[in-house]
Design a protein around this ligand. Structure first.
Ligand code: NAD
Length: 344
């Protein structure tokens, strides 16, 4: 079978992770990367056998041998790169969120549709084996009609204020995964968001205009309810749990641990903290999401996470910001008709 040839745009944390996963995969060639700082990327690229390093991503897009691109550059570049990649006829995998402005996301989705190329959004947590099993049991009707989804999503330590400034803030950068997980597990769109939040951990995050702690209540189109509990710092480590409750039962998924060993002694029962952070906790999901993207590029099925999935999570994030500011529940439906910007 002809190998799928890939270009990676943005060789930072997530771009390198994806490239390193792909070079180990049979039937895939990572032909080129682009990064604004190619000197830093060159040694790394050559160490894993990527032959071409460019500064300008247009050079990746101009290579007719490249079938697909992974967009792993900062969020504020995504829309321009998506539109250019679509014009170049490349299949596109784009990291979350698509943009800070959902109207631009709508435009990007339209240009992809016009070009007729696949677009997959990087909501990797859908591919976590724990959460996937929860979803399979929900879909198989094991708990009957879904009544509620509860998501606990707490980081082990807060990001730097500089990161907060450029990332778009808690709802757009972090909760965006949870909004998507809520839609995925409930099997329904979010219709209303009511967010409370504040700065309980790091005043520097507050000085950047963001929050570090949030409780978000959701309503879904199918009548179910949801709750997302976010913190930028859990003293006991990365806390990622879900619960789906329904007419006939309840499904839960607990944290993942480096080992299952437990120490019983005179002070109590002890175990290791959960796997450190997203790169460790979700390592399998990053491999699986690209396996399914490559299959879609080969024409073996549709992409498993669509541009609309990206848009719906962004709308929920926008609604959460508005809700926090105004202290009221916010419906998603009218939002798409208003102009919204998450950051800046
Ligand atoms: N799905 C996930 O779990 C996950 C995790 C981390 C980051 N992300 C997302 O991935 C994106 C990148 O995040 P990161 O943490 O890897 O950032 P990063 O800052 O570590 O890396 C970004 C890289 O892109 C390069 N870059 C900047 N502009 C570019 C351009 N025009 N062309 C090519 N390269 C360019 C930078 O030099 C840098 O090396 C963000 O949108 C972020 O939200 C997703």
């Amino acid at each position: 079978m002809k190998p799928v040839q890939i270009g990676v745009i943005g060789a930072g944390r997530i771009g390198r992770l994806h490239a390193e996963n792909l070079v180990r995969r049979r039937g895939v060639i990572v032909k080129a990367i682009s990064d604004l700082y190619p000197e830093a990327a060159r040694e790394w690229a050559s160490s894993i056998g990527i032959p071409h390093v460019h500064v300008d991503y247009q050079e990746v897009l101009a290579d007719p041998a490249i079938d697909a691109v992974l967009i792993c550059s900062p969020t504020d570049t995504h829309v321009d790169v998506i539109c250019a990649a679509a014009r170049a006829g490349k299949a596109i995998f784009c990291e979350k969120p698509v943009s800070f402005d959902f109207r631009q996301t709508i435009d990007a989705i339209a240009s992809v549709a016009h070009a007729g190329v696949p677009l997959q959004i990087g909501f990797n947590r859908r591919f976590d084996p724990n959460f996937r099993r929860v979803k399979e049991w929900v879909d198989a009707g094991k708990i009957g009609k879904v009544h509620s989804v509860k998501i606990t999503s707490r980081d082990p330590s807060p990001p730097s204020p500089e990161y907060v400034r450029s990332s778009g803030g808690l709802f757009v950068d972090m909760t965006i995964h949870d909004f998507d997980m809520a839609r995925y597990l409930s099997g329904s769109d979010i219709t209303e968001v009511y967010a409370a939040g504040g700065v309980l951990i790091d005043p520097a995050i507050g000085e950047m205009g963001d929050i570090d702690t949030a409780m978000i209540s959701l309503k879904f189109a199918n009548g179910a309810f949801g709750m997302i509990d976010n913190s930028r710092k859990a003293a006991y480590g990365y806390d990622q749990r879900v619960e789906v409750f329904g007419m006939d039962g309840c499904i839960t998924a607990d944290n993942d641990y480096p080992s299952s060993a437990q120490l019983y002694d005179g002070n109590g029962v002890h175990r290791e903290k959960p796997k450190y952070f997203f790169l460790e906790r979700y390592s399998v999901s990053y491999i699986q999401e690209l396996d399914e993207f490559i299959a879609a590029v080969r024409g073996e099925g549709a992409v498993p996470v669509s541009g609309n999935d990206g848009l719906q999570a962004e709308l929920a994030a926008y609604a959460a910001r508005l809700s926090l500011k105004d202290g009221r529940p916010v419906k998603l439906e009218p939002i798409a008709a208003t102009k919204g910007r998450f950051a800046g």
